[in-house]
Design a protein around this ligand. Structure first.
Ligand code: MFN
Ligand code: ZN
Ligand code: ZN
Length: 581
């Protein structure tokens, strides 16, 4: 589409534009410097005067597709009758509150101004199913991360010190499954869960493979940079959700400290003022769930300050928060034992899956209550993750949807970040542990619209290596834009009700130069894309590696020929060419 978005206050951090009144022009789906008079005459025009204009929202960690997400949909009929969506001539029907159906999630994201969402965890063997659900999700450009931290082939190669073959294997796996980045969930520990166990420290070797979490993290971080991957190693650290886990989290972050980021993409970069390439070697996800101090739920407290201090003094770490905005959630993760722990705590229905040779998963419904001391603390800790780390370019806002709460609660999280008054209001409604056992009550930082554009657009895009086309409004970028009905000149964070209301429904969501949503109503459903990494390694290396893989493949219940996901399962497959070493 071709469109002019006129006279808005533009917040575009990758181009260091901080609320200047500007026009944004998009021709054939891409941002351009200007439109000719003739083009302007035929273009759609949005009058954004008195409003806030940002690049389209980018969610770099959300559980939206694949076997475990679908298990969450299937096991929760009660999640579905409460939230329903009627069919229109343009849109599908749909349902689901914490785990919406594929159609509903696409519309709900777009209504809030988001245009790009990356699936957090794809088990290789489930990649085809995951792609089918991503393909069926309307409006959103997508991609997903391949779960590799407990993969039999990799655990063998890394244990034997064969990093070269391990790297060739990862490169081959990315193109075989059409996935984008390396995800590592409870390294070495999920494999032990197959035996009803976990690992309790970074140096405990697991059963049979005799490999430690530390070795897996180090190996994968090195492989990631050898291959020149778009994003850093994406880490879900060990010991998640246990009082005292913050210590393991901090030690885990030290492991890739010496690994030099080396992103090597063969793509066309949109114009940006800032360097849009990534400069981190580890992207730690849902920091909140990995930041408990104390020894039991009875004496637990926030350990976020300590980790934030570490991150404030280092430059190799970027995190997303995993905020918990209170209310219903569905916890779903590749970390099987973590789900079992929540089952023993709550007695809720749950599911657990061992994904042969590769990983595992679990799902359980969970409700975060303002009356519960621990849940109140978790609310405070999630916000601490984003407010105690000083440099916004080290943070990304998420709820680890739907683990901390559904993505439709982002407006609440954004408003808590911008408004101390709103935080005070919530402190007054929730259990006193939120204040007594965290530092949040002493924080008076209020994020600006510019900061918010970093946390929800520019930085997720830069972090995962998509800033060549997403998260910015530079010439050549995708024409994805959010217009919020907020006048920055009149913005009053004390008046937080207005912020909540405006963030819930973007005034306009523009995707590829087409208006897709107006005041939360879907008005068009243009095509979308799926990104994956096509990593080059030398043929000879791939051949040697494949000889091993074919030999070991007999332990799978499926045949080698049935393993790959072909491009036909992807909507507009868009390979990102990566120059491996
Ligand atoms: C992410 O994958 C991902 O997610 C995430 O819920 C995950 O009883 C997996 O409900 C959690 N305990 C307590 O609330 C506190 C303890 C209790 C005690 O034992 O003493 N204390 C009190 O009740 C205080 C009483 C006094 C007072 O001050 O009121 C629990 C409970 C819980 C807590 C349970 N934990 C789990 C958290 C959620 C999700 C972890 C991980 C989660 C996993 N990935 O004077 C007075 O007023 C009286 C004061 C009271 C008194 O003393 O009696 C994806 O990939
Ligand atoms: Zn996780
Ligand atoms: Zn997650």
């Amino acid at each position: 589409g071709t469109i002019a978005i006129k006279n808005g206050y533009v917040f575009d951090p990758l181009n260091e534009i901080k609320g200047e009144i500007m026009d944004i022009f998009i021709r054939d789906g891409k941002v351009v410097k200007e439109l000719s008079a003739a083009e302007l005459k035929n273009a759609k025009v949005i009058d954004a005067s008195g409003m806030t204009v940002m690049p389209g929202g980018v969610d770099s960690h959300s559980h939206v597709a694949g076997a475990k997400v679908n298990a969450g949909r299937q096991m929760r009929p009660e999640d579905h009758y409460k939230a329903t969506l009627k069919k229109t001539s343009l849109t599908h029907s749909g349902s689901g509150y914490t785990v919406p159906s594929v159609y509903k999630q696409g519309y709900d994201y777009a209504a809030m101004g988001y245009t790009t969402v990356f699936e957090a965890a794809i088990p290789p063997i489930e990649a085809r199913h995951t792609h089918e659900e991503m393909k069926a999700t309307p409006l959103l450009d997508m991609g997903g991360y391949l779960v590799l931290g407990n993969n039999f082939f990799l655990m063998r190669y890394i244990r034997d010190g064969d990093i070269e073959k391990a790297a060739a294997y990862v490169a081959w796996m990315m193109k075989t499954h059409k996935t984008y980045g390396i995800k590592c969930v409870n390294p070495a520990g999920v494999e032990n869960w197959g035996w009803g166990k976990n690992v309790s420290s970074l140096d405990e070797a697991n059963i049979h493979f005799e490999i430690t979490p530390r070795e897996v993290i180090k190996g994968l971080a090195e492989i990631n940079e050898r291959l020149g991957m778009p994003m850093p190693l994406h880490l879900h650290a060990n010991n998640l959700g246990h009082p005292g886990c913050y210590a393991v989290t901090k030690d885990s972050l030290k492991i890739p400290a010496g690994v030099k980021p080396r992103q090597n993409l063969d793509v066309e970069w949109a114009e940006t003022k800032m360097d849009p390439s990534r400069d981190r070697s580890v992207y730690l996800t849902h920091l909140m769930f990995n930041s408990f101090a104390g020894t039991t739920w009875g004496d637990c407290e926030s350990g976020v300050k300590d980790i934030a201090d570490y991150i404030n003094n280092k430059d190799h770490v970027v995190i997303d928060s995993g905020c918990t905005p209170f209310g219903e959630a569905t916890v779903m993760t590749g970390d099987g034992p973590a789900i079992h722990d929540l089952y023993t705590l709550t007695g809720n229905k749950w599911s657990n899956t061992d994904v042969e040779m590769e990983c595992g998963s679990g799902v359980i419904p969970f409700t975060y209550l303002k009356s519960n001391p621990v849940h109140s603390l978790q609310w405070a800790m999630g916000l601490e993750c984003l407010l105690l780390i000083n440099d916004p370019w080290k943070t990304i806002m998420t709820t680890d949807s739907p683990n901390g709460g559904p993505f439709t609660k982002y407006p609440e999280v954004m408003t808590w970040l911008m408004s101390e008054a709103f935080r005070k209001q919530t402190f007054s409604e929730c259990h006193k542990w939120a204040n007594d056992r965290s530092e949040l009550g002493g924080v008076n930082r209020e994020l600006s619209l510019y900061d918010l554009a970093i946390l929800t657009r520019a930085n997720p895009a830069k972090t995962i290596g998509m800033a060549h086309r997403k998260g910015s409004l530079g010439v050549g970028a995708d024409g994805d834009v959010t217009v919020y009905n907020i006048n920055p000149q009149q913005l009053d964070p004390n008046n937080y009700e207005i912020l909540l209301r405006t963030f819930r429904k973007a005034e306009y969501t523009v995707k590829g130069g087409e208006i897709v949503a107006v005041k939360g109503e879907i008005v068009s459903v243009p095509e979308k894309r799926t990104y994956y990494s096509e990593v080059h390694v030398e043929d000879e290396r791939e051949k040697e590696m494949l000889a091993d893989v074919k030999e070991w493949f007999r332990y799978y219940t499926l045949g080698f020929a049935n393993y790959p996901t072909s491009e036909k399962y992807l909507e507009n497959p868009t390979p990102i060419k990566v120059n491996g070493e």
